[in-house]
Design a binder for this molecule. Structure first.
Ligand SMILES: NC(=O)c1ccc[n+]([C@@H]2O[C@H](COP(=O)([O-])OP(=O)(O)OC[C@H]3O[C@@H](n4cnc5c(N)ncnc54)[C@H](OP(=O)(O)O)[C@@H]3O)[C@@H](O)[C@H]2O)c1
Length: 235
C-alpha cells in the first residue's frame, strides 16, 4: 500500500471520473499529472483544481494518436525521473448503443483504438519511467461491460474494447510482474458522468474512489486482477 507521495499520470482527466481521481489524489498530496487531448479543456480542469487550492501538472495527450503518445512520453521523460502510477482512464462509448448487428465499423474501430490500443501503447512508451518508479502500478479503468463472463448484446464497440483491455491487462501483468510493475483492471461502477448519464446510482466521488483504492488499499503484490468496489469481477 502506498502512503508516501507518488507521481501519478491520469489520462482523459479533464472531466468525469478522471478529473475527480486527480482531485482526490492531489488532496492526498500526490504529484498528479492531469492529461487531456485538448489543451484548452485540460488547462481549464487544472485551473478548476487550482481554484480549490490543489496543484496538478498538465500534459497534452490524445490516447488514440500514436504520435501524441510518443510526444507525451518524450515530454514526461524530460520532466520526471520516475513514474509510480499510470491510470489509463480515457475512453469513449459507441455512438450506437443497440445490437451488435447494427454496430458500425467506425464505432468498433474507434472504441478499440481509444479504449484498448491507447492504454497498451502508452504503457509501452512509459515503461522506462515506470521501471524507474518501481514498485509501480498500471491501472486500466475497465467496466463491468467488459466482462466476458457476463457479456450481453448492446454497446458492442465499448464492450469488446473493454474485454480486449482486460485481456491486455492480463498480458501486461504477466510481462511486467518480473519488472516490479503490477497491472490490474478496475471498474468504477455505474457513475454519474457524461458517459454514465444522470441515471447512474454512484456520484463521481465514489467512482473515483473505487479506482484510487487500488493505490491506497490494495497491496502492490496484487497483480492480474479485475476489481470493483466489492471485490473481483469474473473476467
Ligand atoms: N461513468 C460510468 O458509469 C463508467 C462505468 C464503467 C466504466 N467507466 C470508465 O471510467 C472511465 C472514465 O469514464 P467517465 O464516466 O469519466 O467518462 P466521460 O465523462 O465521458 O470522460 C471521458 C474522458 O476521457 C477523455 N477522452 C476520450 N477520448 C480520449 C482520447 N482519445 N485521448 C484523451 N482523452 C480522451 C474525454 O476527453 P474529452 O472531454 O476531450 O472528450 C474525457 O476527459 C472510462 O474508462 C470509462 O470507460 C465509466
Amino acid at each position: 500500500m502506498s502512503k508516501s507521495p507518488q507521481t501519478i499520470l491520469v489520462t482523459g482527466a479533464n472531466k468525469g471520473i478522471g478529473l475527480e481521481i486527480c482531485r482526490q489524489l492531489a488532496r492526498f498530496g500526490h504529484h498528479v499529472i492531469l492529461s487531456a487531448r485538448s489543451a484548452q479543456r485540460g488547462e481549464a480542469a487544472v485551473k478548476e483544481l487550482a481554484g480549490d487550492g490543489l496543484k496538478v501538472d498538465f500534459l497534452l495527450l490524445d490516447t488514440s494518436d500514436e504520435t501524441s503518445i510518443q510526444n507525451a512520453a518524450r515530454e514526461l521523460k524530460q520532466r520526471l525521473k520516475a513514474l509510480n502510477v499510470l491510470i489509463n482512464n480515457a475512453a469513449i462509448l459507441d455512438t450506437w448503443q443497440g445490437t451488435i448487428l447494427k454496430a458500425t465499423a467506425a464505432d468498433l474501430r474507434d472504441c478499440f483504438v481509444t479504449n484498448t490500443l491507447g492504454p497498451v501503447l502508452l504503457t509501452q512508451a512509459l515503461l522506462p519511467l515506470l521501471e524507474a518508479g518501481k514498485p509501480s502500478r498500471v491501472i486500466n479503468v475497465s467496466s463491468q461491460l467488459g466482462s466476458m463472463a457476463n457479456m450481453g448484446d448492446g454497446w458492442a464497440g465499448y464492450g469488446i474494447s473493454k474485454a480486449a483491455l482486460n485481456a491486455a491487462t492480463r498480458k501486461l501483468a504477466e510481462a511486467l510482474q518480473p519488472r516490479g510493475i503490477s497491472v490490474n483492471a478496475a471498474s468504477p461502477g455505474w457513475v454519474r458522468t457524461e458517459m454514465g448519464t444522470e441515471n447512474a446510482p454512484l456520484p463521481v466521488e465514489k467512482g473515483a474512489h473505487n479506482i484510487i483504492r487500488l493505490i491506497t488499499e490494495v497491496p502492490h503484490s496484487l497483480t492480474n486482477h479485475y476489481l470493483e468496489e466489492h471485490g473481483e469481477i469474473p473476467w
